[in-house]
Design a protein around this ligand. Structure first.
Ligand SMILES: CC(C)(COP(=O)(O)OP(=O)(O)OC[C@H]1O[C@@H](n2cnc3c(N)ncnc32)[C@H](O)[C@@H]1OP(=O)(O)O)[C@@H](O)C(=O)NCCC(=O)NCCS
Length: 372
């Protein structure tokens, strides 16, 4: 006898050593290390190694990973040609999904379900996003460089300018904070695909598809839209009340798992202050201060607090990313988690195949029409 749980809430569908989400107390660990410590002491590449191997790298292992990522940055010609063939007003998430898919068809190494495959895909995700962003502006994609770390290199590929150390570090911390998060919708999706013994690119492409939705990875650009609409802190309360009265969701608040503040929001709030303009930061703070009690009044006891997306929006805006690249940039970090989980899934595999609760009509006769 099985019971149906909408949204699979509370259903344990995998065992993992990658990350532990402690929803009631608002804590997040990657392989035992708190996200707060990682944000203070580690870099995105160290977190990638941790997710793939379960341990932090030694200096030699880190140098080796960075070198291997750097040599895998060049995009196959067919990937660039595919991005050129897309309409310039295509959604960047659609372009990323298409570009990664083309990579899988053109570069078999990226399809391998092993660390070499994971490096081949992860190293190229920023390049695909940046190439499309340049192509849609009528610019040529830039040749990759080997002397910049993942976050700084991504910002360089977009603009042709090296970011400031503060910008590079802000994006680096954003990327490491969002690299993995338990069995979130896109990671579950990637694991389902991996469990069929499909290839790594297919798992990543499926993850991109799941991340695109506004209830998962699409929220930060909506946060920017909301802050633009509010415009001035004096309007925040009325705007939020109006949105709730219309039955709308306030983007950047609420979480499936956290019943306390999202621990990543706390780190991102401080980080946002290093790159956002003071006026933008003040508007966000005021909006947050009004939103939390209003959400409590709206759904008493539901504990709807600030989630990762709210201040992610400010950090990404602060480092110069246009709002429609926020979700692709999230994919550039979460691809580390997707690949880690895909590898973990195949290492001890059983195809993921749940049951459905059939609620349609009982068996009935086919309405055969007699021909006259
Ligand atoms: C993240 C999210 C999808 C979690 O969804 P969930 O666990 O399924 O939570 P539910 O949709 O069951 O929400 C529970 C209740 O709180 C309300 N609620 C949840 N988040 C809300 C929000 N941000 N604004 C207004 N109401 C919200 C829901 O309307 C629901 O009310 P109902 O039971 O009367 O229908 C949800 O909080 C949300 O849509 N947030 C805004 C989008 C966002 O920021 N996404 C990024 C997530 S990291």
């Amino acid at each position: 006898m099985t019971t149906f749980t909408k949204g699979l809430q509370g259903i344990v569908a995998a065992q993992t050593v990658k990350s532990l989400v402690m929803g009631e107390v608002g804590r997040l660990l990657y392989a035992g290390y708190s996200i707060r410590d990682l944000a203070e002491y580690a870099t995105f590449e160290e977190v990638v190694y941790l997710l793939w191997h379960g341990e932090l790298p030694t200096p030699d292992q880190l140098a080796d990973l960075k070198a291997r990522l750097a040599v895998e940055r060049k995009l196959p010609e067919v990937v660039v040609a595919t991005l050129h063939a897309l309409p310039t007003d295509a959604l960047p998430m659609d372009a990323l999904r298409t570009g990664v898919s083309a990579l899988g068809a053109a570069y078999p190494k990226a399809a391998q379900v092993d660390e070499a495959g994971a490096i081949a895909v992860l190293a190229r995700v920023p390049g695909i996003i940046a190439a499309f962003h340049r192509v849609r502006q009528g610019l040529e994609p830039l040749a990759p460089r080997a002397d910049l770390d993942y976050a700084a290199h991504y910002l360089y590929l977009l603009s042709g300018h090296e970011p400031t150390p503060a910008q590079a570090r802000a994006l680096d911390v954003y990327l490491l904070l969002t690299a993995d998060h338990g069995l979130n919708a896109s990671t579950f999706t990637a694991r389902v695909v991996a469990s069929t013994l499909s290839d790594l690119v297919s798992a990543v492409v499926a993850g991109i598809g799941a991340l695109k939705g506004p209830l998962h990875g699409g929220a930060p650009s909506e946060v920017v839209k909301m802050l633009d609409e509010i415009g001035d802190a004096a309007n925040a309360e009325a705007w939020l009340k109006g949105a709730l009265a219309r039955g709308e969701r306030i983007m950047g608040f609420g979480h499936r798992v956290y019943r306390a503040e999202d621990p990543r929001a706390d780190v991102l709030r401080d980080l946002a202050q290093t790159v956002a303009t003071p006026a933008r930061y003040a508007l966000a703070r005021t909006t947050e201060e009004y939103a939390i009690p209003l959400l409590e009044a709206h759904r008493p006891g539901r504990k709807l607090y600030t989630n990762v997306e709210f201040y992610s929006a400010l950090v990404m805006e602060g480092v110069g990313l246009p709002a429609d690249l926020f979700t692709p940039t999230f994919a550039a970090s979460r691809a580390a988690g997707w690949t880690a989980h895909a590898l973990e899934q195949v290492a001890d595999n059983r195809i993921i195949r749940p049951d459905a609760d059939y609620i349609g009509p009982a068996e009935r006769p086919y309405p055969v029409v007699e021909l006259v």
